[in-house]
Design a protein. Structure first.
Length: 105
């Protein structure tokens, strides 16, 4: 595996961790908000029985969908300005004996 591939994989893992953290926070906060809103009781006009929680739920759902689309539609996790993944030539401009010495030590 090439160095740039390892760095790219590290960025994929980090992006997945960010997505999972966002999803966990989204679920926790919205379940609590909807629960409080339902227990509190609707007064006046409601949307699906919710008095105020939908003001949190709807915009955050849109942002969560954008985050999901962004994560799954990305084709590369290269850093901006970084050259595309290419094999690392460890022996470039080195004679074979010097290369073996560096690898063995």
């Amino acid at each position: 595996m090439h160095r740039s591939d390892i760095a790219s994989n590290d960025r994929k893992v980090e992006a997945l961790q960010n997505l999972m953290g966002h999803a966990a926070l989204f679920l926790l906060v919205n379940v609590v908000a909807v629960g409080i809103d339902l227990v509190d009781g609707a007064q006046g006009d409601t949307v699906l029985g919710l008095d105020w929680a939908y003001w949190l739920l709807i915009p955050w759902t849109v942002l969560m969908v954008i985050h999901l689309i962004s994560f799954f539609s990305r084709t590369s996790y290269e850093m901006p300005g970084e050259p595309p993944s290419t094999p690392v030539d460890y022996g470039h401009d080195m004679d074979a004996e010097r290369f073996r010495h560096l690898v063995d030590h």
